[in-house]
Design a protein around this ligand. Sequence first.
Ligand code: GAL
Length: 385
Amino acid sequence: MKRTMKFVYGFLSLFFFVSCLHEKELKPICSGDIWPDDKGVHINAHGGGILYHKGTFYWYGENKSDSTSNAMVGIMCYSSKNLTDWKNEGAVLPVVSDESCEIVQGCIMERPKVIYNSKTKKFVMWFHLELKGQGYAAARSAVAVSDLPTGPFKYLRSLRPNAKKFPYDMTERQRNILDTLDSQHYQKWWTPEWNEAVKNGLFVKRDMQNGQMARDMQLFVDDDGKAYHIYSSEENLTLHIAELNDEYTGHTGKYVRVAPAGHNEAPAIFKADSTYWMISSGCTGWDPNEARMFSATNIFGPWTQHRNPCVGPKSEITFGGQSTFVLKLPGKKNAFIFMADIWKPKHPSDARYIWLPIQFKNGNPVVEWMDSWTLDFFDKRTAEK
Ligand code: GAL
């Protein structure tokens, strides 16, 4: 009897020890796979971004339905303590049924990002908004605020940024070239003359009165608390980096243009030491293309273009994905996760996520495909080569 008890006790201890070990084991991150939430349903937060606030990560993204990419539900939020187990917090900015409202069901709400304003104590969401029934013509950005990270977010307004403001980095000469005021002169795109005119502000000037187009977008809060809205403008030809006001709910009018006529979308920005890095994509709709990368030592530029940060098989198409965000891991030095979406235009809700660690080689960020990896990757890093 005594022996049997000992055996049972021994077995139970081993069982608990093994299950504890298991509990502590980090779950792998498997890019491209189904990623179930706390209810076992594939996470529906596409074109998303992550906010870290008081020990919890909040993942905001587009809810996509099975048959359309238009907004049928609204902006979703998921929360997590460990970045692998996600609790569905629901639609934190739901669409509405009132047809006179800009976020009526059937509009397009893309690439939401949320930042926290420590002065106003508000969570501020910006996203790309296209008005219902107008395709991608409106090219607006919209803003909503909340007292809690899990919402509900209150919709404030949409706008085209920086009406009546010249870009901060536009030279006197460019401001005064009258020719670039008239886009009628340049009906044919991609000619050398058109290219030159775009660089000199053809579309900035066209949109001067009502504000600049603002589609694919990102938010970034710098160490000094200043926040920036980064968006594809000028017919998706040029990225703008625009300073937000103290409340983060509007623009100050100070903005610069990055890679004029470079056709960049999907900007994702991060700061390592004192260098700003931006990864973006080309413009091929839902089809993947080769990622681009830029760096600057001042957020207002000048920005220098580098080689594609992705390496290895399928790196020429960003492993089948399109950038959406770079997450800085709290409490670790220069630990960043590159996040991208593998779009499924025929079955939008089945779009998959790519999460890969950013490595630094010769000082430059590099993204390498890994079928599966765990977050302790960052603790196992060896000194930079
Ligand atoms: C992509 C863009 C997506 C979405 C899509 C529509 O280029 O990054 O956010 O707008 O086009 O075709």
